[in-house]
Ligand binder design. Structure first.
Ligand SMILES: [Zn+2]
Length: 318
């Protein structure tokens, strides 16, 4: 997903962080290294280092945890993909979520700068913009590779055909140490994240929910104003169950839960419940709504950055 980031963002629920500021941060990521001016009382993020490191320390996010956003920016079609580094500085442990090929070295640097060992490496699903840096990190660290149980063979590439591999997994992950499913828990120092499994965009996509921090890493399941794209190999054929799972597993979280998606701007559960067209009580899929984001590598140039309109009627439901 590319395109000019929208700089406006309406927050519909209270946040524990200055929402507009974070939104600006995330929206600014694909554009260039620029340091927004935070409101009074909010610590300024570290200035983006020189070169290709455009990572951002997200101010006020995660409580005692430090959360870095590391843009992937590795090529056409997924230039806005986000890798996240969650650091428990007290325990000296870090978790890397959705490492891409370009973001992986920078993610390791962020952990090292915090004197934290990368103990967990998580891919929310098997698409390359969320897995392309796994091999690098596994080679350089003793991190345990965590993946959705239903996608383990897709992430290693064993379960993919040649064409699917080319489109979705040009850099395979050498091993999976822990296969997780909904209800499992991941420990990071003294903190924990619940695994929420939502098939749809991919067969076993997971989100990570840090309940104490009211923080959700949603991968490509939900975005600001949108949901993960279907129509990819191994994805659900229709939106019905996908949307139902998003409703029952995510919209039931507290309104002020901050969503950090795999692409695009941050949002909240409350904001998505209120305004995401996929969750309005119309009984039908939203006209013109985008379910495209999270598109992995390999799009045709003409498709790049364009939304795939949802069916105007219930046409997608057979
Ligand atoms: Zn994806």
């Amino acid at each position: 997903m590319t395109g000019t980031p929208r700089m406006t963002f309406r927050w519909r629920s209270r946040l524990v962080i200055p929402g507009a500021f974070l939104s600006t941060l995330l929206a600014a990521v694909p554009a260039a290294a620029q340091t927004p001016v935070p409101p009074a009382g909010v610590p300024a993020p570290a200035p983006p280092p020189a070169g290709r490191d455009r990572s951002l320390l997200l101010p006020g996010v995660g409580g005692a945890l430090q959360v870095w956003l590391v843009p992937e920016a590795s090529g056409p079609g997924f230039t806005d993909a986000h890798c996240f580094v969650v650091i428990d500085r007290a325990a000296g442990e870090a978790m890397v979520i959705d490492a891409g090929s370009k973001s992986a070295p920078i993610a390791l640097r962020k952990a090292a700068e915090a004197n934290a060992k990368v103990t967990l490496l998580v891919s929310t699903h098997f698409h390359i913009d969320h897995t392309g840096g796994n091999a690098f990190i596994l080679e350089k660290t003793a991190a345990k590779m965590v993946a959705p149980a239903k996608e383990a063979s897709l992430i290693t590439g064993e379960g993919l055909g040649a064409a699917e591999k080319k489109q979705l997994l040009t850099g395979s992950t050498p091993r999976i140490d822990r296969k997780v499913k909904g209800g499992d828990e991941l420990k990071l120092g003294a903190h924990s994240a619940a695994v929420i499994e939502i098939p749809g965009h991919s067969p076993g996509s997971i989100c990570l929910y840090f309940a104490a921090q009211k923080l959700l890493f949603s991968g490509d399941c939900i975005f600001k104003g949108s949901i993960g794209r279907l129509g990819l190999p191994q994805a659900s054929k229709t939106h019905e169950n996908f949307v139902a799972a998003l409703r029952s597993k995510l919209l039931t979280l507290p309104d002020d839960t901050l969503i950090l998606p795999g692409h695009g701007q941050a949002t909240t559960i409350g904001a998505e419940r209120a305004s995401n067209p996929w969750f309005q009580e119309t009984g039908r899929e939203p006209k013109g709504a985008s379910a495209q984001k999270g598109k992995p590598a390999g799009p045709k140039p003409a498709e790049k950055g364009k939304a795939t309109p949802a069916p105007a009627k219930d046409g997608g439901k057979k």
